[in-house]
Write a protein that binds this ligand. Structure first.
Ligand code: NAD
Length: 419
C-alpha cells in the first residue's frame, strides 16, 4: 500500500520487518499486522486574524482495533504528512501492547506551524479539526491526546467541541486535559517522569550515581522540560538543552528552573541567555552520561550514532533513531544502554489510560496513586524487556518491539480477520 510514504514510514516498516523475522511471523500475516486499519484526511478552513481564509490539512490514522479503542496523540507541525502520522500510529500500537494497555495505536494532527498562530487561530484550527473528526472518533473508538505542538488547552478545546455536539460533557473523548476540565493529576508530567524512572533503572544496572552524572536534552517542550527538571531534582547535572529556537551548553550545569520559567513566559528558549550559546548540530554528540532526544524523529543518524559519547540513550521522542543508526548502536551495545522509545516515553500513554479510566468512572485518584501505578506499569515493562534481552541476546529495541508485536499478533489470531 503506497499511500503511506516518506522515510519515517519506511523506518516503521523496517523496524517491523526486523521483528517479524525474529518472531518468525508468517509472511501472509505481516501486512495485516503492519498496515493501518483506516485513515481520514480532512480540510480545516479557518479565518486568520487579518480576515483572510486559509485551509490546513488534518489527519487521523487508526492502526488496529483488535484490543479495544485506539489511542494516540495529535501533532501540529508544518510539514506533517500521512506517512508520518501512520508511522506514529503503528509505534503507538506496539507501545500500548508492551505496557499492557487495552488499546490499539492511533495518531493524528494538522499540517500547521503552531508557533505561527495566534491563540485565537490555534483555537479555531483545533475546534475545526475536532469537528471534522467527530464521525471518526469516540470514547470507545479512538481517544486523542497531546503530542508535539499541542497541549492541555488544545485538548480542552477538543473536549468542548465534541461535547457541544453530543449535548453533554464527554470528558473521556480526549486525555491530557487540564485537571479542571476532567484531566488527571500527573498527566502533564507523566512522560518526562517515566523517562527519568527508566533512566534510574538503567543507572542502577550500570552502577552509575545520579549526583556524578550529566545529561543533555534535545527539545524543551512537555517531555524535554519535565525530564530536565526531574533529572535535576535527582542531582543530575543538566549540561545541555535545546529547542527549535536556541541551544545552550555549559559543562558546569544549566539552571533548569530558570529555563523553564523563561519558556513559560516566552513560549521558547530563545532569549534565555547570551551565555553558553551552543551549536545545535553538535549538541547530541557532546560527552554526557544521559542523552535524551525529546523533540523530533530521525535525529540520530548512523553518523551521529557513531559519534555519540553518552552512556545511556533515553529516547523521549518517538522514532529519534534511524534503522541505520540502530545497527551502529547494536554494535556499540556494551558502551551505550538504549532505552527504546516505545518503552522510554510510555509514561504518557500510561497516565492517559489512567485519565480515561477515571473519566469513565468519574472517580479520581490522588497524585501519589497515579505516580505509584505509573511506576508499577513501567517497572513491569522494563523487567519484561530486560528478561527478553537476556533470554534471547537481542538488542533492547528488538526485545521491546517483539513483546508489543507478539501481543497484537496473538490478539489478531484469536479474534479473526475483522479488527
Ligand atoms: P512539545 O511540542 O511540547 O515540545 C517539542 C519541543 O521540541 C519544543 O521545545 C520544540 O521547540 C522542540 N523542537 C522542535 N524542533 C526542534 C529542533 N529541530 N531541535 C531542537 N528542538 C526542537 O512536544 P512534546 O509533547 O514534548 O513531544 C516531544 C516528543 O516526545 C515527540 O516526539 C512526541 O511524539 C514525543 N512524545 C510525547 C508525549 C507526550 O506526552 N507529550 C508522549 C510520548 C512521546
Amino acid at each position: 500500500m503506497d499511500i503511506y510514504t516518506g522515510t519515517f514510514f519506511e523506518q516503521a516498516r523496517e523496524n517491523f520487518a526486523v521483528i517479524a523475522d525474529y518472531l518468525e511471523i508468517p509472511l501472509h500475516q505481516r501486512d495485516r499486522l503492519l498496515l493501518p486499519k483506516r485513515a481520514l484526511i480532512v480540510a480545516c478552513p479557518i479565518h486568520r486574524d487579518d480576515g483572510s481564509e486559509v485551509v490546513f490539512t488534518g489527519y487521523r490514522v487508526q492502526h488496529h482495533l483488535t484490543m479495544g479503542p485506539t489511542k494516540g496523540g495529535t501533532r501540529y507541525a508544518a510539514n506533517l504528512h500521512l506517512g508520518e502520522v501512520a508511522a506514529l500510529a503503528i509505534s503507538m500500537s506496539w507501545k500500548c501492547a508492551l505496557a499492557g494497555l487495552p488499546y490499539g495505536g492511533a495518531k493524528g494532527g494538522v499540517a500547521v506551524d503552531p508557533y505561527g498562530l495566534s491563540r485565537r487561530e490555534l483555537e479555531a484550527v483545533s475546534r475545526r479539526y475536532m469537528q471534522e473528526m467527530i464521525p471518526f472518533v469516540g470514547p470507545k473508538t479512538d481517544v486523542m491526546a497531546p503530542d508535539m505542538g499541542t497541549n492541555e488547552q488544545v485538548m480542552a478545546w477538543y473536549m468542548d467541541t465534541y461535547s457541544m455536539y453530543q449535548g453533554q460533557t464527554v470528558t473521556e473523548i480526549v486525555t491530557g486535559k487540564p485537571v479542571d476540565a476532567g484531566g488527571t493529576v500527573g498527566r502533564r508530567e507523566a512522560t518526562g517522569r517515566g523517562v527519568v524512572h527508566l533512566v534510574g533503572r538503567a543507572m542502577e544496572r550500570l552502577k552509575m550515581n545520579p549526583i556524578e552524572s550529566t545529561a543533555i536534552i534535545q527539545g524543551f517542550g512537555n517531555v524535554g522540560s519535565v525530564t530536565a527538571a526531574t533529572l535535576a531534582q535527582q542531582g543530575v547535572r543538566v549540561v545541555g538543552a535545546s529547542d527549535h529556537t536556541a541551544c545552550y551548553y555549559d559543562s558546569h550545569g544549566l539552571d533548569v528552573t530558570a529555563m523553564i520559567r523563561h519558556v513559560e513566559k516566552h513560549g521558547v528558549l530563545a532569549g534565555y541567555s547570551s551565555e553558553a550559546v551552543f551549536d545545535p548540530a553538535q549538541l547530541l554528540t557532546q560527552p554526557c552520561d544521559i542523552l535524551v532526544p525529546a523533540a523530533m524523529e530521525q535525529v540520530i543518524t548512523a553518523d551521529v550514532a557513531r559519534r555519540l559519547k553518552c552512556r545511556i540513550l533515553a529516547e523521549g521522542a518517538n522514532g529519534p533513531t534511524t534503522p541505520e543508526a540502530d545497527r551502529v548502536l547494536n554494535e556499540r551495545q556494551s558502551e551505550i544502554f538504549v532505552i527504546p522509545d516505545i518503552l522510554c516515553n510510555a509514561g504518557g500513554v500510561v497516565v492517559s489510560y489512567f485519565e480515561w479510566v477515571q473519566d469513565l468512572q468519574q472517580l479520581f485518584w490522588t497524585e501519589p496513586e497515579v505516580r505509584d501505578r505509573l511506576n508499577r506499569v513501567l517497572e513491569r515493562a522494563f523487567q519484561a524487556v530486560m528478561a527478553r534481552v537476556e533470554r534471547d541476546k537481542v538488542p533492547h529495541r528488538t526485545a521491546a518491539l517483539a513483546i508489543g508485536v507478539e501481543k497484537v499478533q496473538k490478539a489478531k489470531l484469536t479474534r479473526g480477520l475483522f479488527p
